[in-house]
Write a protein that binds this ligand. Sequence first.
Ligand SMILES: [Zn+2]
Length: 431
Amino acid sequence: MIKRTSQDIRRLNRFEVLRRFYAGSDAVSRQDLAAATGLSFATVANLTSELLEAEVLVEAGHEDSSGGRPRALLAVNADRGALIGVDIAETAVHAELFDLALEVRHSVERPLPPGDVRPADVVERLADCVEELLRVSGVPRARVLGVGVSVPGVVEHEGGVSSFSPYWSWHEVPLRALLDERLRLPLRLDNPLRASTVAELWFGAGREADDLVVLTLRAGVGAGIAIGGQLYRGFTNSAGEWGHTCLAIDGRLCTCGNRGCVEAYVSTRGIAQTWRELAPDDTRASGPDDAATVAALARAADERDPTAIEVINRTGRHLGAAMANLVNLLNPRVVVLGNQVVDLLGERLLSATYEAVTRHALPLPRRAASLRRSAVPHNAVTRGAAAFALEGFLDDRDVFGPVSRMRQPRERRDAKRTGPAVAEGGLRLEG
Ligand SMILES: [Zn+2]
């Protein structure tokens, strides 16, 4: 069992406190924070005084409390600095500059070349995006508190290595080192599953629920998991690779090399393949790219094309069965569906999915879970990536003075995440 250090607990508590500022009203009292988080007033007072010292929070007047002493209010100091959130998707790099209240100030996008993109292409475009954001916003480089980058695939949280990317043939790419060299700004790297889950925790369904699953459906498919209001990363930061769980033994070939994965049926590529299988002569089923094909599918379904409707129904059946596995396994309060596929296929896909979840999930967890579309405004991935950058800034040893001296040395933290249990050989039968 992994023992949590006092520093880990402090970081988790800080996340809980900060989350209330982003999820709720503009100004919050320490008493309200204690009530909302379940932390003691003393702990909240301690954490908020650190955040005030770091100028992440500011005093924001007092609220009337009937009879008693007026309560001091705190708010996020939006002008403390800027954060940049980057979403590396399969066709483009999207980057946004946020203030510290995580409001979008400027957005830019650079298309990626089609086909097998090299890490250097991505780094180059990402650096261009950051330069342009700084230029158009007039924000000096020194005011950028951090850059959060979401990159598809399996990303080692500590080392920042993208071990595997589902779109491109990337293996063991030292992305953090490449970006560090080019950007020279504090950097946090993670994948879109976790970025959109943090955005949902801070700005979406997480405002009402602490146990949620956020499904990403685009060229890649996966699940972000939050348990008790905290992002669940797994031992080596790869939790949530639900897209590569098996839905059909000996089924379709998947981009990961296995067969029958969820992703092979419900990604844009999988949906386009289903359409081609059902209508081999329909040229609309072979668009310039998979996202365009799925958009054409949505139009065909709107025109009551029976094959198109059948493709969406089949996709919903696959998605619902795979979702029922998650509902049975995790017993979430909310399952959030976001991203491209849901935006394109909308209610038609959702009702087919809902029917299938109802059929496949056990009654108890099924009744506890509600299924909804993402309510995070704008791009959830860039927003979540910016939230990671903020976390990185707060973790920085310079920010909190004496507290940071209590941290474990880096080596020990690394050892904890990649200890002997994941040595060569991996999964073993023991005993
Ligand atoms: Zn797979």
